[in-house]
Design a binder for this molecule. Structure first.
Ligand SMILES: Nc1ncnc2c1ncn2[C@@H]1O[C@H](COP(=O)(O)OP(=O)(O)OP(=O)(O)O)[C@@H](O)[C@H]1O
Length: 532
């Protein structure tokens, strides 16, 4: 396993445009954009402190007599990994979802295929643009669909390198501190969270599905989105009332190079990585979302805020731990909410993590808080490592079962028969049931791997055949072209030849004519009639 200790969480800040309800505000000053992201400095975000803000008035109160008073215009300057300007589409530095993806996507996809666990998380107050950034819409698809498209494309390309990729998807939401499986069967979709000693917390019995192509993904995403808890609030017509986590798991099996380039050989390396795509519910103030009297909405809002404040505490402590590496690290309360418990590895463990902080252009208090949060996150380090396993180091004795000079399927059928007989014999002798079932499990494991290998071989050969077909098609086109060129050439030569023969004939005719004329003139001189 390769180690890369201490990679900082990558922090990106995005400001959204004014919403129609904000555009409609009558007071011009309340719809002035408070954020600037200078074109020449793509990492910088500048936040203007309005004179009306409580922050401004607090500072004024703290000003001791005699000290310089706060200027009318005060600005806060921040530096992040990227500052994404999506406020005004008429400006040169405007970034829509696909341009945003071009900036971050390749990095994410590379880490994922290199075997690292990856997490991409969108944070921000309600209606700041998290769902727009992550999911997008038909005209401007978000990061999640764009990432999946590229992953599926890359999966096909890797067949040429004898790498088989299996992509699986699961989709959950955390709603009122409870995990729901959004792709699960209709009735009971509630799941428990458990902790694996090595890989960390996970959701038990969550359903995952193989994704072969983009249509598979779209169908599953739509199914999950329909189940996700959303509601209309005064801040957002379709506000996410839950934290949503889509997890893609990629299993790459590399087959060794065999003697013949068409033979895929044995699987000799396996990498399993996952990518968590997280769209958080927005932090909100009851006063702003105006959900008074709606008990369900209030309970949701309180639990959303609770889990986000635990996330805040965890980030605070992780940031303090990273800043003081020599002092005893403080205990981080991941278990205080389901969200932080499930994100434990992504916040401090084996993960390359990216956090997108979405902000409103006109809400100073919330934006200020979000940017300060983002500043803390910048200092947090995770310890990602590529999850490679050399398969040759795993003792699989079942290889002995293979008889290379026999047809694979006949041989496997025989082996199954023999081992089933052996199992029966062992069951009736002194073998303990557990060791017998252990052997049986190993056999099943072996057969599953073998089936996977043969399936991939089939896919690989089909792919090679397609490639060859394409090459033949290209060559045929070339041959046709050369044939055509040849015909053209032959015609031209004929033309030139016939041209030059007629030219020569003309020339000879002219010569003959001249000679005849000369001879006639000479003859005239000897004409006796002319002489007298
Ligand atoms: N970058 C953007 N470009 C255009 N429209 C945007 C952008 N960001 C957000 N919006 C619009 O703003 C509104 C709120 O955005 P969105 O639903 O993504 O917010 P949210 O942060 O997910 O909110 P909540 O936490 O309440 O779910 C939507 O109508 C969305 O289309």
């Amino acid at each position: 396993m390769s180690n890369s200790k201490g990679t900082n969480i990558k922090v990106l800040v995005r400001v959204r445009p004014l919403l129609p309800r904000e555009e409609a505000l009558e007071d011009e000053s309340s719809k002035q954009c408070l954020i600037t992201m200078p074109v020449e400095s793509p990492m910088t975000t500048i936040l203007k402190v309005p004179t009306t803000s409580t922050f401004h008035s607090q500072k004024n109160k703290q000003n001791r007599p005699g000290s310089p008073s706060i200027s009318e215009e005060e600005f806060k300057k921040y530096t992040f990994d990227e500052s994404i300007w999506s406020f005004d589409r008429h400006q040169d530095n405007f970034v829509d979802n696909s341009a945003f993806y071009e900036k971050t996507g390749p990095d994410i996809i590379n880490h994922f295929f290199q075997g690292y666990n990856v997490c991409l998380l969108a944070y921000g107050q309600t209606s700041s643009g998290k769902t727009h950034t992550m999911m997008g819409n038909r005209n401007d698809p978000g990061l999640i669909p764009l990432i999946i498209k590229d992953i599926l494309g890359q999966k096909e390309l890797l067949i040429n390198e004898k790498i088989n990729c299996e992509v699986k998807i699961s989709y959950i939401e955390i709603y009122n501190e409870q995990v729901n499986d959004l792709l699960g069967s209709e009735e009971s979709t509630k799941c428990r969270v458990r902790e694996h000693p090595i890989t960390g917390p996970y959701v038990e019995n969550v359903k995952d599905f193989i994704v072969n192509d983009y249509d598979d993904f779209k169908n599953l995403l739509n199914k999950g989105n329909l189940k996700r808890s959303t509601a209309s609030t005064s801040m957002n017509d379709k506000s996410s009332r839950s934290h949503a986590i889509i997890t893609l798991t990629l299993k790459q099996t590399k087959f060794a190079d065999a003697d013949s380039s068409l033979d895929i050989g044995d699987a000799d390396e396996e990498m399993v990585s996952n990518i968590k795509l997280v769209d958080l519910a927005g932090s909100e103030r009851l006063a702003k979302t105006k959900v008074y009297g709606q008990q369900d909405r209030i309970k949701e809002g309180t639990l959303i805020n609770k889990s986000l404040s635990v996330l805040g505490r965890c980030i605070n402590l992780l940031s303090a731990n990273s800043s003081n590496p020599n002092s005893k690290p403080a205990l981080v309360p991941y278990r205080d909410s389901i969200l932080t418990y499930l994100l434990k590895e992504n916040l401090a463990g084996n993960s390359r993590s990216f956090m997108i902080f979405c902000v409103s252009p006109i809400d100073f208090e919330e934006t200020y808080q979000t940017l300060n949060y983002a500043t803390q996150v910048k200092t947090i380090k995770t310890a990602a490592r590529a999850n490679k396993t050399k398969l040759s180091t795993i003792p699989v004795q079942w290889d002995l079962l293979r008889q290379s000079d026999q047809d694979a399927i006949t041989s496997l059928k025989q082996e199954v028969q023999e081992l089933t007989d052996k199992l029966k014999r062992m069951e009736s002798s002194e073998q303990t049931p557990s060791s017998a079932s252990d052997n049986f499990n190993k056999l099943i494991n072996y057969l599953e791997n073998e089936t996977r290998r043969l399936r991939f071989e089939n896919k690989y050969l089909k792919n090679q055949l397609n490639k060859k077909d394409k090459e033949v098609e290209e060559l045929n086109k070339h041959v046709n072209y050369i044939d055509h060129e040849f015909d053209e050439f032959a015609f031209q030569i004929q033309q030139i030849q016939s041209d030059s023969v007629s030219q020569e004939k003309n020339h000879l005719q002219v010569n003959c004519q001249t000679t005849v004329e000369e001879l006639e003139k000479e003859l005239e001189m000897f004409d006796p009639v002319r002489a007298f």
